[in-house]
Design a binder for this molecule. Structure first.
Ligand code: SAM
Length: 280
């Protein structure tokens, strides 16, 4: 019997339902229910909140979320083999777990959730960054979600929380930190997963700010940041010259030296540059 519910241990569930891990689906399962409950706690009090979980697999994190008191979990899983195991969890928590079989990149999950909801997932590595970018770039801000608690490869987690001057600093850090507080809550060695991946992982917790930290048009900011980091070794006056013939003036207005390189420029100055370009 597990420590957190009366359902069978996950190793037994996996064996009974023959859930051999598939690399093509990014399947590295968490079998330690104490650990999944710990990850669920990073998400905070979920008793009044719906939770979206992407890729529940055999249901370790799902069980953690439900045992920790999540009001309701909507789980989207691509691998139909996992559905019978998830149905057993649904039965143990009547009315609190809905499972949709499908691709999280295609399913309209928001239609099944009451905002503001939390998103919590041990993400499949092959779609993790794409999902994060989608969640960070909704048509309106604040978004329908209030927090994201997400497992990534440690290197990706470091890119999300990176500060100016570090190698990991780039588009992902700016995109995340412009409209969210972001921190690494937990790091996990490969051995925490079955089968173990090649690299360490980390849980990132992001909370949506009510409004962006600094004013800027999202599309202009995205264009500036993309151009700056596409050629991150170049001086900004060269890397950004395609954006405007007067780029040196705009850089001056934003208080950025024309010889500066993207990886040393803080978010506030990127936003100032986006404002200057937008007003031209
Ligand atoms: N949450 C489980 C855990 O922590 O043990 C499994 C995590 S495993 C890293 C990723 C899960 O995402 C797998 O169950 C996999 O089948 C599922 N998955 C992969 N691609 C998906 C997609 N596009 N949409 C929904 N689920 C997906």
């Amino acid at each position: 019997m597990s420590a957190i519910d009366t359902l069978p241990p996950l190793s037994e569930v996996i064996k009974r339902h023959q859930l051999s891990a598939r690399k093509s689906l990014g399947q590295n399962f968490l079998l330690d229910l104490n650990l999944t409950a710990r990850i669920a706690r990073v998400a905070g009090d979920l008793s009044q909140t719906d939770v979206l979980e992407v890729g529940p697999g055999p249901g370790g994190l799902t069980r953690g979320l439900l045992a920790e008191g999540a009001r309701r979990v909507l789980a989207v899983e691509k691998d139909a083999r996992c559905l019978p195991a998830l149905a057993e969890i649904s039965e143990a928590y009547p009315g609190r777990l809905e499972v949709i079989e499908g691709d999280a990149l295609e399913v309209d999950s928001a239609a099944h959730l009451t905002p503001p909801y939390a998103i919590c997932a041990n993400l499949p590595y092959n779609v993790g960054t794409e999902l994060l970018v989608r969640w960070l770039t909704p048509p309106e801000w604040p978004p329908a979600w209030q927090s994201l608690t997400l497992m990534f490869q440690k290197e990706v987690a470091e890119r999300i929380v990176a500060e100016p001057g570090s190698k990991a600093y780039g588009r992902l850090a700016l995109l995340a930190q412009w409209r969210c507080d972001a921190r690494i809550a937990l790091t996990l060695p490969p051995g925490a997963f079955t089968p173990p991946p090649k690299v360490s992982s980390a849980v990132v917790h992001l909370t949506a700010l009510p409004a962006p930290r600094f004013e800027a048009d999202p599309k202009v900011l995205e264009r500036v940041v993309a151009a700056a980091f596409n050629q991150r070794r170049k001086m900004l006056r060269a890397a950004l010259k395609s954006l405007s013939p007067q780029i040196q003036d705009h850089l001056a207005e934003a208080g950025i030296a024309p010889t500066e390189r993207a990886e040393r420029v803080p978010l506030e100055q990127f936003c100032a540059l986006a404002r200057s370009l937008a007003s031209a």
